[in-house]
Design a protein around this ligand. Structure first.
Ligand code: HEM
Length: 535
């Protein structure tokens, strides 16, 4: 298309979106009475700055300190965003409102490109149906038997790192192999399939595709950011038209979705052909295979939905745990005293049970230091720092800590109108001093050793890291068990130490990953000094 026509159509599209945004805004109750930082840009609001920030969550964190647990932020096209970290407000939105706060259209579009219409993407009744079908595969009874599989994968990683150390490598990039290890653990436990992501053949090449999938997502151009934001205001027909033109990101997402569905779709087909397992089989393949042929519409998944679940679980089931493991090792490298305490704890448990073999699930669950380290890492380094929702109806959001508006009036609850965009700030809630103590800004597992907090928010340890309510992470038990098994195995074998002169930064790359300061072009990495513990 000639340049002039291109520029003209872009300007027209922007103008149309701005008009739609203005019309929609005029129907919403203004949030202008709520305090917030002045907008740096009429078109991009604060969203540009937030995406470009070098330390994930820090910008919003500073604003929360200045304006309180609820404040107003400028979104693209002048939209007001309500930023929330107040515990009662989060509880209201996540736990008490069922589907009355949904994922907004732009988020649904974006995640849909990566996963298709699976559990993490869809809203309302469709989500309820899919979740009911999938839940049985994620119960404690279903997940606990995976511990030996996690142990085997951890031992494969240990062998690899041991060989690297023995061949004289002083520094190991932990990021590189942790993702391969969690993908293999996911495949072998959930699908009884070997992705071989740690091996040489890399069947399906999924790990390689995933390495690049968010290549330029952390640095979107202004135009791309506005295009994505336009989905919030434009009618579906126009969105479908805009979506016809594929960006590089669209193509990478489609490449991942196709590749993952090619590998995992075959597993579902095999299961269907073998009869879908017995009614009592609750493993994910049997559950999905049976749902495809169910007579009952409330228990049926469409073929496209079944494939989307497989892509969703493949991605969410390994990327998230690997990112958390990266931060856990990073924090332990800064805190050798906690590595020492954990090593002692492992030895004591081993001595009590006179065993050199893998620790059992019961033993892992009874280890206070191990579990405090895991909880503290999930608190301090949430790999999804924020969730975005949209009010389906007019509503009133209650607050724990009242806020003062721009005229000095105090508000104990915030009225919002249908369509209001609300950002749930997990990063800030997880550092709320009234919940976590005065040292909430520090990584200190001690806080989980001495206090028992009532679980009023989220699904695990009062944290929002796995979200909460009907859309809470379905795989949290899987993640916690894998973190327990792998952390104990790695710390029993290796000492991890920070590399002098290297600063690790927490960056948005899908989930939050580690990058070396000044070396972002090298992609995510976590170089650590790794040595054998008993030498
Ligand atoms: C440390 C590891 C993990 C963290 C921090 C984490 C975090 C989250 C969060 C914050 C959400 C809510 C997303 C949203 O509402 O947009 C979520 C949803 C989800 N997670 Fe996880 N997750 C982890 C591990 C896993 C694992 C191991 C699996 C699968 C084996 C999994 C599968 C899912 C699925 C399918 C959803 C969508 C649930 C729904 O909307 O009903 N996650 N996770």
């Amino acid at each position: 298309m000639p340049l002039l026509i291109q520029l003209l159509s872009i300007s027209l599209a922007l103008l149309a979106t701005a008009i739609f945004a203005l019309v929609i805004r005029s129907r919403k109750r203004s949030l202008k009475f709520i305090q917030g930082p002045p907008s740096p840009s009429l078109l991009l609001g604060h969203e540009w700055d937030i995406t470009r920030v070098r330390k994930v969550g820090q910008l919003e964190y500073d604003w929360f300190e200045q304006y309180g647990s609820v404040f107003r932020l400028a979104g693209c096209f002048g939209e007001d965003i309500l930023e929330v970290s107040d515990p009662r407000a989060l509880q209201h939105i996540c736990h008490k409102s069922a589907y009355r706060y949904k994922k907004p259209m732009d988020i649904e579009q974006l995640i849909g490109k990566l996963f298709g219409p699976g559990l993490v993407t869809v809203n309302g009744d469709i989500h309820q149906r899919q979740r009911k079908i999938m839940n049985p595969s994620f119960s404690a009874g279903q997940i606990r038997p995976f511990a030996p599989v996690f142990e085997t994968c951890a031992q494969k990683l240990i062998t690899k790192w041991r060989l690297e150390i023995e061949s004289g490598a002083p520094i190991i990039d932990c990021y590189k192999e942790l993702h391969g290890m969690t993908l293999d653990a996911l495949g072998e436990s959930m699908f009884e399939y070997n992705f071989d992501a740690m091996g040489k053949t890399r069947a399906g090449g999924l790990r390689d595709i995933l390495r690049d999938v968010f290549l330029d997502s952390r640095n979107p151009t202004e135009l791309k950011m506005l295009r994505n934001a336009a989905y919030r205001f434009l009618p579906k027909t126009i969105i479908d038209l805009i979506s016809l033109r594929k960006t590089k990101e669209d193509k990478r997402f489609a490449n991942w979705l196709n590749a993952s569905q090619k590998v995992t779709g075959g597993l579902v087909t095999q299961k269907v052909e073998s009869g879908g397992g017995k009614e009592k089989d609750k493993d994910i393949l049997s559950v999905i295979a049976r749902s495809l042929t169910s007579e009952d519409p409330s228990k049926r998944l469409l073929p496209v939905e079944a494939l989307s679940q497989m892509a969703t679980i493949t991605f969410a089931g390994h990327e998230t745990t690997a990112s958390t493991l990266n931060w856990l090792l990073c924090e332990l490298s800064y805190h050798p005293e906690w590595q020492e305490r954990l090593t002692q704890e492992i030895r004591v448990v081993r001595n009590q049970h006179s065993t050199d073999g893998p620790l059992t699930v019961k033993e892992l669950e009874s280890m206070p230091i191990l579990n405090a380290i895991i909880k503290e890492t999930l608190r301090f380094r949430p790999i999804v720092p924020e969730l975005v929702r949209e009010a389906v109806n007019d509503d009133i959001i209650p607050l724990d800590s009242p806020i003062t508006d721009i005229s000095g009036s105090v508000w104990k609850e915030i009225p919002v109108t249908k369509g209001q965009r609300v950002a749930l700030n997990i990063f800030k809630y997880n550092r709320f001093k009234s919940v976590w103590g005065e040292d909430a800004d520090l990584w200190n597992p001690e806080r989980f050793l001495h206090s028992t907090r009532p679980t009023t928010l989220g699904v695990f340890a009062n944290l929002m890291t796995f979200s909460g309510g009907i859309r809470a992470c379905i795989g949290w038990r899987f993640a916690v068990l894998e973190l327990q098994v792998v952390t104990a195995a790695l710390i029993d074998t290796f000492k991890f130490a920070a590399v002098k002169g290297i600063e690790i930064e927490q960056v948005r790359i899908g989930t939050n990953g580690p990058m070396v300061k000044g070396k972002w072009e090298a992609g995510p990495q976590l170089p650590l000094n790794v040595t054998l513990r008993n030498t």
